[in-house]
Design a protein. Sequence first.
Length: 133
Amino acid sequence: MNMENNGALLAALETGRLVTLGGVKTFADEEWVAHPKFVGVRLKTLVSWEESGQALQALLVGVDAGCELATHVHAAEWELHEVIRGEGEASLGGDTVVYQPGVMALIPSGVEHSVRAGTQGLTLLAKFFKARD
């Protein structure tokens, strides 16, 4: 996947829409917001927990160059990262993974992980799924 395609995919996700039984939500109407814990990280909600009946959440995650989502754990959710644009690296349960477009990482609930953007910054599509009891 080349950088031009990456930009097209990101643009499509930023301006696309979510179709549900209850109607249509346009992503362009959703604002990027600063992450409440991590400096240089912003979030755009594509699918909220409420819209999915508490089953899943999907976010665009923008990480500025050199910034990071420091080590953290999601106790009740699995997380799937899909790298859309940029580059960086992640620590997943102690293993280092190079993040570049086309890479996906599946992170089980309870596993420590972190993500650091490289010099180009990093954009992820992050999907969270409730862990089974």
